[in-house]
Design a binder for this molecule. Structure first.
Ligand code: ATP
Length: 141
């Protein structure tokens, strides 16, 4: 079966570079699944999960947003931030979520402040989802 090279680069490092069977990316329109031989595509990414399949193994990363360029044999993800579950500081994400919710609940909040807090909230929720998924997988082992 043909494979896809997946390269994920965040602002400060290369996060992933390997052959994969498929990858699911979070976009503003929802998740898109990329298989080898996908048509050329450039898309922006939303905060969410990047799900990588290699055989029976699934790797899930939290993504803060960014861009992806898809070619038939290679997908390049330029992420604002991308973290494996074990790299995520759960408490920091919980605090970011709480702070964002408090800001969004303020009265007379400026539109821009609300939008920034909503973006913070989405990033923190993406991180917490990845952490929780890993914990629940461990529980079934
Ligand atoms: P916070 O509000 O907690 O500062 P943020 O959502 O503003 O987080 P980003 O702008 O997405 O953070 O990322 C900035 C840097 O901090 C990136 O290198 C990212 O990997 C790291 N980072 C942010 N939150 C966490 C977390 N909960 N655990 C581990 N690394 C994190």
């Amino acid at each position: 079966m043909s494979k896809l090279i997946l390269e994920i680069i965040s602002l400060d490092k290369q996060v992933f570079n390997d052959e994969v069977d498929s990858v699911v990316l979070p976009t503003e329109e929802g998740e898109i699944g990329i298989l080898p031989k996908h048509i050329h595509l450039v898309t922006s990414l939303a905060p969410g999960e990047i799900k990588i399949r290699q055989g029976n193994e699934e790797t899930v990363l939290a993504c803060s947003g960014g861009f992806a360029q898809i070619n038939p044999d290679k997908a390049i993800v330029l992420a604002d931030a991308a973290e494996h579950a074990e790299e995520i500081d759960e408490q920091r994400a919980e605090e970011a979520m709480k702070k964002a919710r408090e800001t969004m609940a303020k009265k007379d909040i400026k539109k821009e402040e609300y939008a920034a807090a909503a973006a913070d909230l989405r990033r923190s929720l993406a991180r917490l989802k990845v952490v929780k998924k890993r914990k629940s997988k461990r529980a079934y082992r």
